[in-house]
Design a protein around this ligand. Structure first.
Ligand SMILES: Nc1ncnc2c1ncn2[C@@H]1O[C@H](COP(=O)(O)OP(=O)(O)OC[C@H]2O[C@H](OP(=O)(O)O)[C@H](O)[C@@H]2O)[C@@H](O)[C@H]1O
Length: 263
């Protein structure tokens, strides 16, 4: 395969990435190829179309380009990499899910976020919600008053991130967050139908991830995310359906992507 000129290669690279972007659900990177015009730095890098085709992202392409040109444009390599932010990998756009068995509350590091499905009526009645009520009474009070005082905010498809209580800090107890996903308006016999609960689940988790991102952005130390088999008990939604909804979630930039499900 003959070598391409840098402008021809830029066109090949653009065409290649445009076709990849249309095949994939990942957003197309808003970056430009790093190869400079020949006039910028003398001889064009000796890059073939195979190096473009081998690369799976533009940053791979840069790495590939640099390694191919070791010895010939090595002096320029550092300039290229320093002058461009392109080597940063694309942020994950899907949840990275780890599953484990056991008690969600066992041996949890400080700052862990425990996530469960909630109704919008302010009641942690039975199931794992009752366990939350006993373990985190202050969080229960906060959740109940949020639902009562802000009925227009506590809507299905939203979430509430409850920070650790200051009292737990004073008593030197573990500092835990509670993440409430409002997946059904009511509970018991008035709970929403499974299809509605499922439709609320993705937006509720995204809202929680937004709140976590915002808290971290102002310097809060929000730790790992743990979630139970939400919706699968009292809400009577088949677990596989909820898992599918979690897997298909599209994350926004800066959102936490790692989550552990306790089965
Ligand atoms: N320690 C533990 N570690 C790990 N997993 C644990 C566990 N303990 C239980 N689980 C599992 O956690 C899943 C969720 O099952 P749940 O039935 O609780 O919740 P859900 O999400 O279906 O429903 C929400 C409504 O439940 C309540 O409703 P009430 O108010 O009583 O009307 C709330 O208030 C909401 O409204 C089930 O797989 C359990 O095996």
């Amino acid at each position: 395969m003959p070598s391409l000129t840098s402008s021809a290669m830029r066109e090949e690279a653009d065409a290649y990435y445009e076709s990849r972007a249309s095949e994939s659900s990942h957003p197309s990177p808003s970056v430009q190829p790093v190869i400079k015009p020949e006039s910028d730095h003398g001889a064009a890098p000796d890059v073939t179309f195979e190096s473009v085709a081998r690369a799976t992202s533009r940053s791979d392409f840069i790495a590939e380009t640099c390694s191919i040109n070791e010895g010939t444009v090595l002096g320029e390599r550092s300039t290229l990499l320093q002058s461009t932010p392109l080597a940063t990998p694309l942020p994950p756009t899907r949840l990275s899910i780890t599953t484990t068995h056991g008690d969600i509350f066992s041996v949890a590091p400080s700052r862990t976020v425990f996530i469960h499905a909630c109704n919008c009526a302010g009641v942690w009645g039975t199931g794992i919600a009752a366990e939350f009520r006993l373990r985190y009474p202050k969080a229960n009070t906060r959740y109940a008053s949020y639902c009562k005082k802000n009925p227009s905010d506590a809507k299905p498809g939203t979430a509430l991130l409850i920070p650790p209580s200051p009292a737990s800090e004073q008593k030197n107890e573990p500092q835990h967050y509670v993440g409430c996903l409002f997946t059904s308006r009511h509970y018991g016999r008035r709970k929403d139908v499974p299809a509605r609960i499922l439709a609320n689940t993705g937006p509720a988790l995204l809202d929680l991830l937004r709140q976590i991102r915002d808290a971290r952005n102002v310097g809060e130390d929000v730790g790992e995310l743990r979630i139970c088999k939400i919706n699968a008990g009292k809400f009577a939604v088949p677990w596989e359906d909820t898992l599918k909804a979690l897997r298909s979630l599209k994350l926004e930039p800066g959102m936490e992507s790692e989550i552990t499900i306790f089965l």
